[in-house]
Write a protein that binds this ligand. Structure first.
Ligand code: ZN
Length: 156
């Protein structure tokens, strides 16, 4: 009986230490294809790192089957130190691929491919010019493409 009490106390102590232990979780998205990545660190050691495909990333993989060097951009991060406190910070993920994928039926195949090519071309440049591209040229091209894509006649 005494052994079971000691074993139970050890298990509870380990669970309490693990509950109070520092950890960090980060989720990211690939700027090129829109795949998701989840990473987790416990005690400073990487405990998890996996990539999940999305409908968008599967679509991109069909166009660029050779794509394997993801360009990760942080979506969110959660950092916890020892104890009960937590810190949460949001990332700056700005993947235009998902927007293009989302509106591809409205844009049509030609405009979708054109915008995707321009987006991927801008992604190859330096980060600052890519951000400028997203804020101005990409946003305008997407908006204009959607406006021109209105092929369904409106009801009078
Ligand atoms: Zn990717």
């Amino acid at each position: 009986m005494r052994r079971w009490l000691i074993a139970g106390a050890v298990v509870v102590a380990v669970l309490v230490v693990l509950g109070l232990a520092p950890y960090r979780n980060r989720s990211s998205g690939c700027l090129f294809c829109g795949a998701n990545r989840y990473e987790s660190w416990w005690f400073g050691l990487k405990a998890a790192d996996w990539v999940t495909q999305t409908e968008c990333s599967r679509w991109i993989r069909g166009i660029y089957p050779e794509h394997s060097s993801h360009r990760w951009s942080m979506r969110s991060v959660m950092i916890k130190g020892w104890g009960l406190g937590r810190t949460f910070g949001c990332g700056t993920y700005a993947g235009g691929t998902e927007a293009i994928h989302h509106f591809r039926s409205e844009l049509g195949e030609e405009r979708t491919r054109d915008l995707l090519t321009r987006y991927h071309s801008a992604l190859q440049g330096d980060p600052d010019s890519f951000k400028r591209f997203l804020r101005s040229e990409f946003a305008a091209a997407l908006t204009n493409g959607l406006a021109r894509g209105e092929s369904i006649p409106r009801e009078p």
